[in-house]
Design a protein around this ligand. Structure first.
Ligand code: ATP
Ligand code: MG
Length: 261
């Protein structure tokens, strides 16, 4: 069985999509079969892999609301060795349409579980909200939730809401739901503030915080406009190095040995 992780934080712009794409690409680099699942109507993960979100023939919306085999919608980039279930802007409608569906919080999990045998890792990129789409992402996070936290002022604000939502999902739907870890992102070595945030997050979440801290790196912000992950756009940049280290930390934590590459 592959592992399913959901990348969530209802705060916008904290590095969810950047983490999904670049962690995914380094896991693939280490020989893992990786499926990314874009459940954000903004479709940033989809665009970041160079896919035109206005031209996908189907994706997460169809996966959630139609009884079809979702394999038909999965796109594969052989060069990157990455697969993605793309999103498109019509996914925004799903938030409303799902309200009337039976078992509406479980739809994504139900659709992804049969695929868990076919991939080593499934990474789900959530939108910046705690609505039904994110709820589907949390319920589908069979092996845990990855929470990117931006090393900026008010970083901790909202984490309490996310943690209580996770606790509620654990109580009501998924008793085994865990936080796999918090990932500190956009760390700026020049500011005291960034260090204060690191200290504060570590004080609260202790061993749940990954050792790898992702620095602020222009290269990471540029890569999506070229439709490729950092591993291809700027493999020797500090951003690439950080996501490489994060991938290794996660692989080791999951009991994998690191292959020579
Ligand atoms: P949203 O909530 O809108 O989905 P998000 O949490 O997915 O946002 P990203 O899209 O990954 O966040 O990042 C927000 C912006 O910051 C993007 O322009 C991205 O390229 C940039 N960014 C992300 N991580 C870094 C980093 N470590 N250094 C510099 N820029 C970054
Ligand atoms: Mg995003």
């Amino acid at each position: 069985m592959g592992l399913i992780y959901t990348i969530a934080n209802q705060k916008g712009g904290v590095g969810k999509t950047t983490t999904t794409i670049n962690l995914g690409s380094f896991l693939a680099h280490y020989g893992k079969d990786v499926l990314l699942v874009d459940i954000d109507p903004q479709s940033n993960a989809t665009s970041s892999l160079g896919i035109d979100k206005y031209n996908v023939s189907g994706g997460t919306y169809q996966a959630l609301l139609e009884e079809k085999d979702i394999r038909d919608y999965i796109l594969r980039n052989p060069k990157l060795k990455l697969s993605i279930l793309p999103a498109s802007p019509d996914l925004a409608g799903a938030e409303v349409e799902l309200v009337n569906e039976v078992g509406r919080e479980n739809l994504l999990k139900r659709k992804l579980l049969p695929l868990a045998d076919e991939y080593d890792y499934i990474l789900i990129d959530c939108p910046p909200s705690l609505g039904l789409l994110t709820l589907n992402g949390l319920v589908a996070a069979v092996d845990g939730i990855l929470i990117p936290v931006q090393c900026e002022y008010l970083a901790m604000e909202g984490l309490g809401d996310l943690v209580s939502t996770i606790e509620r999902v654990r109580r009501v739907i998924s008793p085994d739901l865990i936080i796999r870890g918090l990932i500190l992102t956009m760390y700026d070595t020049r500011t005291n503030l960034a260090n204060d945030v690191v200290e504060e997050v570590k004080k609260h979440f202790q061993e749940k915080v990954f050792n790898t801290i992702v620095p602020r790196s222009v290269r990471l912000a540029e890569a999506p406009s070229y439709g490729v992950p950092i591993s291809l756009y700027s493999p020797s940049s500090i951003g690439a190095n950080a996501y490489n280290e994060l991938a290794k930390e996660i692989l080791l934590g999951d009991g994998h040995k690191l292959p020579e590459v």
